[in-house]
Design a binder for this molecule. Sequence first.
Ligand code: SF4
Ligand code: SF4
Length: 368
Amino acid sequence: MAATVFFAPVRSVKKRSMIVRAGALLERAGLADAIEKDDLVAVKLHFGETGNTGFVHPVFIREVVARIKEHGGKPFLTDANTLYSGNRANGVDHVECAIRNGFSFATVEAPIIIADGIDGREAVDVRIDAKHFETVRIGAAAVHADAMVAVTHVKGHEATGFGGALKNVGMGLGCRSAKQRMHADFSPDVDAEKCTACRRCERRCPVGAIAVGPDRVAVVDFETCYGCGECVAACSYGAIGIQWKTTPEAIQEKIVEHVMGAVAGKEGKVVYLSFVTAVSPDCDCWSFSDAPIVGDIGVLASTDIVAIDQAAYDLVTAATGLPGSRGEGLEAGVDKFTTVTGVDGSAAIRYAEECGLGSREYELVTVE
Ligand code: SF4
Ligand code: SF4
């Protein structure tokens, strides 16, 4: 059965603020049905890496927060820590980065709770029994929340081609070691030049597979290592390399399986809001935002994560590439994400439908 995706085009014929219209979209999509009084509601967003400007800005998040409170919910802003070393790799830096990007109680009127805690270990194994994983590790705050509103900035992505709601929820809410499991068939690789022999990896490895050797460099016992990625997350010196040995399709499927874990037990309790604006060719995890590949299109809302991603993908495909961007010269109808990134980013959408997360068939309902 076709899903419904509500769409507020960026053009405001009635001269109404997009902030108000985005809130109204959430209501049309069924926010009232998703939230009961006193529900703890995770507002899953991306706080933006330092220097990045593409993330969904706090003025919109404040509107989302206000709408959730109107329905009796108790919203909190959340995301899980990143695998790469940047300004969101631990809970302390992450909150500081969020505040510097304008997210604080003073601006959005909701607290920030990092989903997987101060160092990525506050996570819950959720059983999914899927193709790649039997269980996935999801940030505990997201798992324990009663409901969720996932706010997504739609953009390209260097590894997955397309960054939509599936990526926001699946990759975003996986804890640090889960992100490693998604990114690679992992085999840690220690850089002797960078290793300081601090032994953090040694203390963190659950099976004793890494230890500092006589040369004062960490050494991996590959017979014992099972590729959990905890040592990569533990190392503050970037001394353990992230291997990128998996295929883009496999990464996308693994992301989808983490979505299954992130929304498990929340049937009817999740609403998605996606901004198809400032569609940069790369992820918001970079410390810059490249020129958008198409002009601003609008905002989407739905309770179907597959349909909302398909709609966002189709809207960008139907747009004309912007001159002066990496989308320059791409006609309407050309798959912008695949052309610009070199990766077919629609694989996740197809796999998510196969996994029963939603429908690629949708009706687009335009809301003024
Ligand atoms: S955590 Fe990093 S720097 Fe410390 S011993 Fe392990 S590899 Fe070396
Ligand atoms: S990947 Fe996991 S099992 Fe392997 S060395 Fe690192 S922490 Fe230990």
